[in-house]
Write a protein that binds this ligand. Structure first.
Ligand SMILES: NC(=O)CC[C@H](N)C(=O)O
Length: 207
């Protein structure tokens, strides 16, 4: 069912195009999603990196917040990178008061957690479900995960440096989030893992 599967990439704000490119390398149809009717036509969704406060505001303006919350809570496989991770969090620290996440993952994330002095850096992250060695992970004003609920599996932590041990990749059933940007490094393993998740979900719902 992979061949016919359609994966949307939220296209309100952020690096939508890079995710579309990454998905195009895999055996799926990938399209941008801006409106509720476009959301209805996809089997799974990627929420890109960018600026989560801007994304939240645009989602409210485009009438996307409620439809997204419903689909995500209803089992649509969804992957969020960086700002996308923030939007999938139940609780945001250092967010804006008017920021409304889509939720879904029982976790608390801290925005811009790695500190102001380091805007972006590359670190090494092992992801427990993904073979092939550690990721060379790009962090850009990235969040980290401060707390997870009992249903959340921690998949990856920063391995070295001052932020060593910080949680930067998680999964809760059909939902996946990373604080870094695999769409920027040409390493397709996270996208492939997500496509596999989406395919499994499709098989379950289609019997
Ligand atoms: N690269 C990113 O997606 C950065 C996330 C951004 N700092 C935010 O809070 O939304």
């Amino acid at each position: 069912m992979t061949a016919g599967m359609i994966i949307g990439v939220l296209a309100l704000q952020g690096d939508t195009r890079e995710h579309l490119h990454a998905l195009a390398e895999l055996d799926v149809i990938a399209r941008p999603v801006r409106r509720p009717d476009e959301l209805d036509s996809v089997d799974a969704l990627v929420i890109p990196g960018g600026e989560s406060t801007a994304m939240s505001k645009l989602a409210l303006e485009f009438g996307m917040t409620e439809p997204l919350r419903k689909r995500i809570a209803g089992g649509m496989p969804t992957y969020g990178s960086c700002a996308g991770m923030i939007m999938l969090a139940g609780t945001i620290l250092d967010g804006r008061a008017d920021q409304v996440p889509f939720g879904g993952i029982d976790m608390t994330v801290r925005r811009n957690a790695f500190g102001r002095q380091v805007d972006s850096f590359e670190g090494s992250v092992d992801i427990s479900d993904i073979d092939g060695g550690p990721f060379s992970a790009v962090f850009i004003r990235a969040p980290w995960v401060e707390e997870v609920g009992p249903d959340v599996r921690v998949l990856g932590r920063v391995t070295a440096g001052p932020a060593a041990g910080r949680i930067v990749a998680v999964r809760q059933q059909h939902l996946l989030a990373t604080a870094f940007h695999p769409e920027l490094t040409g390493d397709l393993r996270v996208h492939r893992y997500f496509v596999e998740m989406a395919r499994e979900a499709g098989q379950t719902t289609e019997g």
